[in-house]
Design a protein around this ligand. Structure first.
Ligand code: SF4
Ligand code: SF4
Ligand code: SF4
Length: 184
């Protein structure tokens, strides 16, 4: 069996970060392929093309996409029914590429040019006002974001999330210290 670095496998994945492969994102799936835990046929957004590229890279036979992980389909984007949006902001954190804009108690909207079609915003919406539509049905044409753009936006999203978590933790510590100081 050919040994390949996870970075080389990750470079062939669409970077949709949809988790349909059963892992928390494209890079964890790449790591699982390297360790032998995952097969090369678990990425529906990449479909047959990605399976073929992985098979070639790893010197393996291509496999059919595992239906347990999903089916190949047209490229989609999320659309928010802005009349029904209640501005709860629950769709913001799950978006791996920060493609939804809006503030609490305000209408939210999707940046079509950044949306990877991962569907991760759909379930958290309490009023079911997010639907996935084929890109081909849009009246305006937007370039489909490439995998390198998706990866950059995902990395930036993770950095922002980590920075927010650190700031919250620092604030909590400061409040605890202030409370202790006041009690002594
Ligand atoms: S695009 Fe989705 S299914 Fe494919 S590797 Fe990335 S996270 Fe997994
Ligand atoms: S807007 Fe929704 S479907 Fe589009 S990338 Fe963000 S979470 Fe995924
Ligand atoms: S989760 Fe739904 S209702 Fe809440 S802000 Fe997002 S689109 Fe609007």
């Amino acid at each position: 069996m050919i040994r390949v670095a996870p970075e080389a496998i990750d470079a062939l994945l669409p970077q949709t970060q949809c988790t349909r492969c059963g892992y928390a994102g494209c890079r964890p799936y790449a790591d699982a392929i390297v360790s032998g835990e995952a097969q090369i046929n678990q990425c529906p957004p990449g479909g047959a093309e990605t399976i073929g590229a992985l098979a070639k890279l790893l010197g393996r036979m291509p496999l059919a996409l595992n239906p347990v992980n999903g089916v190949e389909g047209p490229l989609t984007v999320a659309q928010i029914d802005e009349d029904r949006c209640i501005g709860c902001a629950k769709c913001l954190p799950p978006c791996p590429v920060d493609a939804i804009v809006g503030a609490r108690k305000q209408m939210h909207t999707v940046l079509v040019e950044a949306c990877t079609g991962c569907e991760l915003c759909v379930a958290p919406c309490p009023v079911d006002c997010i639907v996935m539509v084929p890109r081909s049905s849009l009246t305006s044409t937007f370039a489909v974001p490439g995998s390198h753009v998706n990866r950059e936006r995902f990395d930036a999203h993770n950095q922002r999330a980590a920075s927010r978590a650190r700031a919250q933790s620092d604030l909590l510590s400061a409040h605890k210290k202030a409370a202790l100081a006041a009690a002594t």
